[in-house]
Design a protein around this ligand. Structure first.
Ligand code: RP5
Length: 162
């Protein structure tokens, strides 16, 4: 994986090192579109204060969209949304015996005014969170919008396991 730039536009945060394999898929999609990102591990349950600090500092670091992935009783995306007014995209991960259904419900059922845009469970969700972040950024970035359109016109190459 390439080194992240010091001016990230997307912040990718996950609840545990064990989430990294799936969440790095979001980082790879962003790299394909030349969108700089940062990757961090913060846990809503194990490191709540560090999580709040990371969320509060995100916009100061230049982050415009946050992707937050967690499994189990997944409160990370919601905790981030409580501490930042940036758009937060939540990715439920299949870490427990409930295979991500627990994380899906924990991530998606946010009360009004504290939104988390929730994607699919696991790898599809991580990749689509990045695609959605790119679409959000492209609204105010004509060069990125052109890259998005150029890629949309390419035929999809089917990868094994995709
Ligand atoms: C969630 O529980 C994490 O996002 C991870 O998916 C899972 C295990 O976390 P740790 O026990 O490694 O902290 O909070």
């Amino acid at each position: 994986m390439r080194k992240r730039t010091s001016h990230p536009r997307v912040g990718i945060v996950m609840g545990s090192e064990s989430d990294r394999g799936v969440m790095e898929e979001a980082a790879r999609v962003l790299e394909e579109y030349e969108v700089p990102s940062e990757v961090a591990v913060r846990s809503a349950h194990r490191t709540p204060e560090a999580t709040a600090r990371w969320a509060k500092g995100a916009s100061r670091r230049g982050v415009q969209v946050i992707i937050a992935g967690a499994g189990g009783a997944a409160h990370l995306a919601g905790a981030i949304a409580a501490h930042s007014s940036l758009p937060v995209l939540g990715v439920p991960l299949a870490s427990s015996a409930l295979q991500g259904f627990d994380a899906l419900l924990s991530t998606v059922q946010m009360p009004p005014g504290v939104p988390v845009g929730t994607l699919a469970i696991g790898s599809w969700g991580a990749r689509n969170a990045a695609h959605l972040a790119i679409r959000i950024l492209a609204l105010s970035d004509p060069a990125l919008a052109r890259r998005l359109e150029a890629r949309a016109e390419r035929p999809k190459v089917r990868r094994r396991g995709a």
